[in-house]
Design a protein around this ligand. Structure first.
Ligand code: DC
Length: 220
């Protein structure tokens, strides 16, 4: 039986760190679907296309090859840092709101998991749409302050210094766009466990999810 762990939540909720910890503990691969949307957005901007043009964005999503490993490769070019930069972060919610773009990337996400017979998948619509029958679904949240602090730390680690108020505004803007869009908005699946990661250690959150997966797979 293939094990799929769906980890959804807004930016800064701890998804990536938790997803990696769960994947390591269970010997699974992890798929960062946000990196896929970011890579397509990078291609849209590099080709001078309009992020609001659904047809153009979908065509680009179909045309490009995105490899997600240690590094993120877009048509063979390393875009790991570029996709975290302000230009892509500013446009990714617009590009990812197009259902035409989503359908291309959702197909790729399903193929990725199928090829590996399972995996830990993180994003916004994994438990609701992409893997609505996932083995375990969690929806991570954290307080606005904590999320802004984490994002600021990530930016600092990437040698980009940003003001915490600026980060907080960007998070609020993206939360609004990602949650209010028509197609697969950011929301918890009815059968997802909501976990607030504020003030909780990564180990504690990871261990809890791993126990749930073990219990779910033992019951089968
Ligand atoms: O997880 P992230 O911040 O890197 O994601 C970047 C953007 O991609 C996010 O603002 C919304 C979009 N996204 C999405 O629409 N669906 C997903 N499954 C993952 C990300």
């Amino acid at each position: 039986m293939s094990v799929v762990v769906a980890i959804d939540g807004p930016s800064g909720s701890g998804k990536s760190t938790v997803a990696r910890g769960v994947a390591d503990a269970l010997g699974l691969d992890v798929l960062d679907t946000g990196a896929m949307y970011r890579a397509v957005t990078q291609a849209v901007l590099a080709r001078g296309a309009d992020p609001h043009d659904a047809a153009a964005c979908a065509q680009i999503a179909r045309d490009v090859a995105v490899d997600l490993g240690e590094r993120v490769l877009l048509d063979g070019v390393d875009v790991t840092s570029a996709i975290r930069g302000p230009e892509v972060t500013g446009a990714v919610s617009t590009v990812s709101a197009h259902p035409e773009v989503r359908s291309v990337l959702v197909d790729r996400q399903r193929s990725w998991v199928e090829a590996r017979h399972g995996g830990v998948v993180e994003g916004r619509d994994i438990g609701t749409v992409v893997f609505s029958d996932a083995t375990v679904k969690v929806f991570l949240t954290a307080s606005d302050d904590e999320r802004a602090r984490r994002r600021q730390r990530d930016e600092h680690d990437a040698q980009r210094e940003v003001d915490v108020a600026e980060v907080r505004d960007d998070l609020a803007r993206r939360d609004h766009l990602d949650s209010s869009r028509q197609s697969s908005p950011l929301k918890a699946a009815p059968d997802a466990e909501a976990m607030d990661t504020t003030g909780r250690s990564v180990t504690e959150v990871v261990d809890h999810i791993v126990q749930r997966v073990r219990a779910a797979t033992k019951a089968d």
